[in-house]
Design a protein around this ligand. Structure first.
Ligand code: FUB
Length: 585
């Protein structure tokens, strides 16, 4: 939020598969950051509930990344191994808050507490158009940690502050903390968990407090962690902490224990799970925007005297894996792609992040800094490909594309034809505005009389002065001919639509290491296909997007997991189907 920079004192301020145990499977994935890349999330509050799972309650960043005003919902995620994370779905939306500001948005850092069979979800949300002076701390309750939350109202009598947190002491007493813009307060919660017992007190002894209060207890010591006021040279927040022998202080400042990430804000939670302490936090390593953040976790260690060791922020997930989490494989009917670096003389840089596009294994990510408003030889092009065409026939060149900077960038597709001597005899270019979801973009053209082959190129276009950088994700590129007598390398156009939903048995099966999953949908639907191991742990999302009616296929790559039985599960509307996959190495 630029407003943060302008005034520090502003108030910021399973699936249950009944599978018979046939083979012993060990999943070999290692934890990498960010832990969730399919959506932008920040401010993770972590808790271990009575079912033995660890849950995080983050806030949800929304594109375009102009600040925190668009944040309008909360999702819950959970794990039982710190590696496989399940999105348990949306639990609350700004539109469901009866007393909330009419414009919505501003669903900032939340927390959750459990007492006597009820989960209490605390969230900061303004009650008026003047958001900065009308914050309230809402309370929604449910009997489940990840669904069924209903707004009950807000905690009465509080100041307009943010970032609520609830801590339960060993004697069962619950404490409520919140704060921002230099003020941090705490107090006891009444038995009803929705009112303060007595008065809120200033948390005395904190140094350079900014926001993001989190209190926990270890070996009789109370710890209060928080974000400081951007005092690092980069201007980004650091995580600090203070300790006390009393849950409401006074506190003794102990210093910075986490350096800034690559994001302007920092906000985290500390939790012990299965004998290991963890620090949850966010960074901007996927988007490179301060306000499109991603949730991370790292181990937290204590010295013998109880002080906290500096958090080592593990490296971000490799680009190829980020690409997989967006949309799976690059199913191109084309081959022999080549890439262009933007010449330095233009003052721009472009990078292509993919392991092996030529063999069609990954989606393609192009990053441009800054985006260029002109068309020239950059981006992704398969100029070298000799996709044969029939003179006079109509062809459709298409690709699925998305950007994380919705609405401000354009995808430019150029589709052209060569003659026998590889002279360009025609080309057309179409620009379309990109969104943060994959959409299919296409260009149609008829092959001229002397055409012998065609090519397609994709470029990212920005509007100069509007944005400093951009990222383009591409998947599923095709050139499709309109007749049945298509030439080499060009697919036939399909006209028959499926009559029902169907998830086909994968082929081959058993497989090693890749297999193709085919599916059909009779009408436009949001389709999710996920792969699970036989204990119901999610291994990979193959499809998670709106699809138009048609027959599709996607590939599952088992090269990173061990032999065994897995399941792919498809959901589309009310349709659900599961098939068994056997990986034999
Ligand atoms: O995510 C919105 C706000 O940014 C949080 O409430 C603050 O802690 C900061 O992370």
């Amino acid at each position: 939020m630029t407003m943060f920079k302008q005034n520090k004192n502003l108030l910021i301020i399973g699936l249950s598969f009944c599978a018979v145990l046939i083979l012993s499977i060990r999943v070999c994935f290692a934890q990498q950051n960010p832990i969730i890349t399919g959506m932008f999330l920040a401010d993770p509050s972590a808790h271990v509930w009575k079912d033995g799972r660890l849950y995080i309650y983050p806030s949800h960043d929304i594109a375009p990344p102009r600040g925190c005003d668009l944040m309008d919902k909360y999702h819950v995620f959970s794990t039982d191994d710190m590696i496989h994370w399940v999105d348990n779905g949306e639990i609350l939306n700004a539109s469901q808050v009866p007393w909330g500001r009419k414009e919505g948005g501003f669903m900032w850092a939340p927390d959750c507490a459990y007492k006597n069979g009820i989960y209490y979800f605390y969230f900061p949300h303004p009650s008026g158009t003047d958001w900065n002076s009308t914050w309230k701390i809402g309370v929604a309750t449910s009997t489940s940690p990840d669904s069924g939350f209903k707004c009950q109202g807000y905690i009465p009598g509080l100041e307009s502050l943010i970032d609520p947190q609830v801590f339960q002491d060993d004697d069962g007493q619950y404490y409520f903390y919140y704060g921002g813009g230099g003020i941090c307060k705490g107090g006891k919660l009444k038995d009803n968990m929705m009112e303060i017992d007595g008065t809120m007190q200033n948390m005395v002894g904190l140094v350079d407090f900014h926001e993001a209060t989190w209190v926990f207890k270890r070996n009789g010591i109370y710890y209060l962690t928080y974000a400081d006021n951007h005092s690092d040279a980069t201007g980004d927040n650091r995580m600090c902490y203070a300790i006390s022998t009393n849950p409401l202080g006074p506190w003794t400042y102990k210093g910075v224990y986490m350096d800034p990430t690559d994001s302007y804000t920092t906000h985290g939670s500390v939790v012990e799970y299965k004998g290991q302490w963890y620090q949850f936090y966010h960074n901007s390593s996927v988007s490179h925007y301060d306000w499109l953040r991603s949730v991370c976790v790292d181990k937290l260690y204590f010295n013998p005297d109880g002080t906290i060791q500096k958090i080592v922020q593990t490296k971000s997930i490799p680009p190829a894996d980020i690409l997989n989490s967006y949309n799976g494989d690059f199913e191109s009917d084309l081959d022999s792609w080549r890439f262009f670096e933007v010449p330095d003389s233009l003052g721009s840089t472009a990078t292509v992040e993919t392991t092996n596009v030529v063999q069609g294994r990954e989606a393609v990510k192009l990053t441009f800094v800054p985006p260029d408003s002109t068309l020239s030889d950059r981006a992704l092009d398969n100029w070298d490909t000799n996709v044969g065409v029939n003179a006079g026939e109509k062809y459709t060149a298409s690709v699925q594309a998305m950007t994380t900077t919705s609405g401000t960038l354009k995808l430019s597709i150029t589709f052209g034809f060569f003659d026998n001597n590889r002279n360009v005899i025609s080309e057309i270019t179409k620009d379309s505005t990109l969104t943060s979801r994959y959409q299919t973009f296409s260009v149609e053209d008829a092959a001229p009389a002397n055409a012998s082959s065609c090519w397609i190129a994709f470029r990212l276009k920005g509007e100069n002065g509007k944005l400093g950088a951009g990222t383009l994700f591409l998947d599923d590129a095709k050139i499709v001919g309109s007749s049945d007598t298509t030439a080499t390398g060009v697919s036939k156009q399909k006209t028959e639509l499926p009559s029902g939903y169907k998830l086909e048995q994968n082929y081959p099966n058993p497989f090693n290491p890749t297999t193709t999953v085919s599916y059909s949908i009779p009408k436009a639907s949001f389709v999710t296909i996920k792969v699970y191991d036989f204990l119901g742990r999610e291994i990979e999302t193959l499809v998670n997007e709106e699809k138009s009616a048609g027959n599709y296929k996607t590939e599952f790559d088992g090269s990173k997991i061990t032999s065994g039985i897995y399941f792919d599960n498809m959901k589309a509307g009310n349709f659900v189907e599961t098939k068994k996959l056997i990986l034999l190495k």
